[in-house]
Ligand binder design. Sequence first.
Ligand SMILES: NC(=O)c1ccc[n+]([C@@H]2O[C@H](COP(=O)([O-])OP(=O)(O)OC[C@H]3O[C@@H](n4cnc5c(N)ncnc54)[C@H](O)[C@@H]3O)[C@@H](O)[C@H]2O)c1
Length: 334
Amino acid sequence: MKCLITGAAGFIGFHVAQRLLSLGHEVVGIDNLNDYYDVNLKLARLAILEKQPQFHFIKMDLADREGISRLFAESHFQRVIHLAAQAGVRYSIENPHVYAEANLIGHLNILEGCRHSQVEHLLYASSSSVYGLNRKLPFSTDDSVDHPVSLYAATKKANELMSHTYSHLFNLPTTGLRFFTVYGPWGRPDMALLKFTKAIIAGQSIDVYNHGDMRRDFTYIDDIVESIVRLQAVIPEADPSWTVETGSPATSSAPYKVYNIGNSQPVRLMEYIEAIEKALDKTATKNLLPMQPGDVMETSADTSALYSVINFRPETSVVDGVQRFVDWYKHFYH
Ligand SMILES: NC(=O)c1ccc[n+]([C@@H]2O[C@H](COP(=O)([O-])OP(=O)(O)OC[C@H]3O[C@@H](n4cnc5c(N)ncnc54)[C@H](O)[C@@H]3O)[C@@H](O)[C@H]2O)c1
């Protein structure tokens, strides 16, 4: 198959591209290589992908309407795995406009490209942050998600709504992927695992929000990749019997689906830190701080719908996953 992966130089995009290439698919990757975090890490990921003859990289911004339109017109992609976005909850409080460009205009350009080139299946990144003020745990795709608490989350929810309209109007099969805190080798420098590891090695204190009283459904990267690779083959079909009154919000009379991809085993933040301390054989100095605006206390994924369609659900433990991250970190950063 010929696949487009947006955000191919990013954490998740890089891993998905590697896996699709190893399965013999042709992958076109796009990314604007922005400096939200260390560009050298993005370039190092790309250097690995570019060793594969079946990989082709194009530096392009999602908001480049003509460029994206041309790319779709010239290449007949069977699958589009749209992972490029401005990520980060806290950053969206200070820099809201970047989110509108990358996550709203960018998503629209991808939808338009898929619509005009008859892409067979669009899969796109959503986020557990769409659950916002929801308190019922675990979070289920059957629940309504109308109360996001950050602009980042609102753009991800908007992506689901925009996708639904394209599934409905143009019969474009779309699958939304609500990722729950993804971690692992080649992970993002703006996320807790890399920040904590770096600080603990340097003997500096780590900032622990809400005094450590938070739980996260940390999901290991290989489990995310496995889920995406299986889901790309499950093309959503319209369900004519579906109604708003009786059906789940995660499905539709249009070829539209949304899944949670999480570990279903929320871990206390302090337990996550203990796993890092164990992997590094070093104790962290903790700087206990109040809750940050836009953050949620707990995330936990109900993955029953995911399991029923792909016969797989993430289950790597944080002890194993964090150890693999630390091994990569020590090797990569010497
Ligand atoms: N990592 C997580 O825990 C997590 C959780 C939930 C959702 N997500 C979502 O998954 C997707 C991938 O996340 P990630 O962790 O790999 O992030 P990442 O930042 O490592 O990857 C995103 C990539 O997209 C690129 N990009 C950003 N804006 C762009 C634009 N306007 N045009 C072209 N390229 C652009 C960036 O340069 C980056 O390489 C994102 O949509 C993110 O919102 C991630």
